[in-house]
Design a protein around this ligand. Structure first.
Ligand SMILES: [Zn+2]
Length: 105
């Protein structure tokens, strides 16, 4: 029966899991590039446009990896922690999925 099980397909899709793994590794390398270091040293959060120390900025994927986003220069932006968290709260579907995953079955 196509009940709630279909909600979990996204998380258990092996191709997507592979994609996320590859792109996370790419993001890790991208963080070490001069391009990224220059960006975070400029210190501007992509979302609130405020200035932060480089250590306060995180790498945010505009299109999340879970939605087939990639770790490319066009898809990653510096985001301060509050914006990063706020953005996560703004994706109710994913939050819901995470909640479902933690519920006892
Ligand atoms: Zn911000």
């Amino acid at each position: 029966m196509p009940t709630q099980e279909s909600f979990h397909d996204l998380d258990s899709d092996p191709a997507l899991q592979r994609h996320i793994k590859v792109e996370r590794e790419r993001a890790r390398k991208l963080r070490k590039t001069q391009w990224w270091l220059t960006l975070i040293n400029t210190g501007t959060c992509h979302y609130c446009r405020q200035t932060f120390p480089a250590s306060e900025l995180t790498m945010d994927h505009k299109i999340p990896l879970a939605r087939k986003g990639k770790s490319t220069r066009g898809n990653v932006v510096p985001a301060c922690r509050p914006c990063n968290q706020r953005k996560q709260l703004d994706t109710p579907v994913e939050s819901l999925l995470n909640t479902l995953d933690t519920l006892p079955s």
